[in-house]
Design a protein around this ligand. Structure first.
Ligand SMILES: CC(C)(COP(=O)(O)OP(=O)(O)OC[C@H]1O[C@@H](n2cnc3c(N)ncnc32)[C@H](O)[C@@H]1OP(=O)(O)O)[C@@H](O)C(=O)NCCC(=O)NCCS
Length: 186
């Protein structure tokens, strides 16, 4: 059975760094995710995402960490500026699902791929999870590119798999996964 705990040190590859969100990040988080049609299209974030909503989300993330359900990281660039976020949610049977977003001005520079690779490598070697899942809605070409770049394999399509908003449309997805290497039991 896997347990959820954060890394003792921030995760970094020298270009991007992942660390848990703090309440002081609320203004930077709202600036990163404010006024972005791509985020509205592919996540549950509102267009006018403000610092109050960001603070509430950060606090909710802390509560979910306390109950062992979710790790929520800020993605920082080399100057320690917030450029995005990445989450890992434990699901069942030692599986976890990941999700991520990068601010518009920092896209197409490999940042999401780096963040996903960092968190995936660490999770598979430290958390006791055996399988990482990325359900990517059909049409989210950017996210599918990130998944492939971080070593995830497409397994097939799942119909009506997720809804991003209460009462909103349901999406067919391509399920991408990475699994712990055979022989890497802990
Ligand atoms: C998806 C997202 C996180 C990608 O972030 P990013 O930092 O730009 O991704 P990367 O730079 O690591 O891109 C890696 C690869 O993905 C593909 N890709 C990324 N953005 C793309 C785009 N707009 N169109 C086509 N392919 C794209 C490319 O193959 C790219 O490699 P390349 O730049 O060498 O061509 C970002 O677009 C975003 O925040 N989107 C809104 C939120 C979202 O969709 N989250 C995922 C939910 S499943």
């Amino acid at each position: 059975m896997s347990a959820l705990f954060p890394p003792t040190e921030p995760l970094t590859d020298g270009v991007v760094t992942l660390r848990l969100w703090t309440e002081a990040d609320a203004p930077a988080r709202s600036r990163a995710f404010h006024g972005d049609a791509e985020l509205v299209r592919w996540t549950d974030l509102p267009y006018d995402y403000d610092a109050g909503e960001a603070l509430a989300d950060i606090r909710r993330g802390h509560e979910l960490l306390d109950v062992g359900e979710r790790l929520s990281f800020a993605v920082l660039d080399a100057r320690s500026a917030v450029i995005g976020g990445i989450d890992l949610m434990l699901t069942a049977y030692d599986r976890a699902e990941l999700g991520y977003a990068i601010t518009a001005s920092a896209r197409r520079q490999g940042n999401a791929t780096r963040a996903l690779r960092l968190l995936s490598d660490w999770s598979l070697s430290h958390l006791g999870v055996h399988r990482l899942e990325l359900p990517v809605p059909l049409g989210n070409v950017a996210s599918a590119g990130v998944a492939r770049g971080a070593g995830y394999e497409p397994e097939g399509q799942l119909r009506s798999f997720l809804a991003l908003r209460d009462g909103g449309p349901r999406y067919d997805v391509t399920m991408f996964s990475r699994v712990r290497a055979v022989g890497a039991e802990r």
